[in-house]
Design a protein around this ligand. Sequence first.
Ligand code: TYD
Length: 135
Amino acid sequence: MKQSVQIINLPKILDKRGNLSFLESTNHIPFSIKRTYWIYDVPGGETRGGHAYKQNEEFIIALSGSFDVILNDGSGDKTFSLNRSYYGLYIPKMVWRSMANFSTNSLALIVSSTEYSDNDYIRDFDNFYTVLRNR
Ligand code: TYD
């Protein structure tokens, strides 16, 4: 089944010693995890991303602090504000994304369905639109 952009709530084990959340490939997110990376120490006002992936799917969690993820699947921009560590944003392939408005000391964890490949990136928005229209 083709999955669409969505916020996915993760398990949350409340405990007075401190809370715990987790995710398992395919049980909580709709892909198998091949890679994880994180974005941190983002200076105020900086923007990350500005590209789409041809194949890679991602799930983004704000482990600490907050930031916005701005997505465009061909139907205009939609902004998702992430600010809790017990949910994340699923992004299918072929969705243009940027990340902005990082709070001080924010930490973005990204899990990916593919290993890193520069060939998988579409970095030009017009090219992205052309590829999307011709699918
Ligand atoms: P990039 O994905 O362009 O960052 P942004 O999220 O701002 O678009 O990645 C920045 C650099 O880091 C780029 O030179 C490639 C490298 N990189 C890896 O080597 N492995 C990875 O898994 C990722 C995500 C990036």
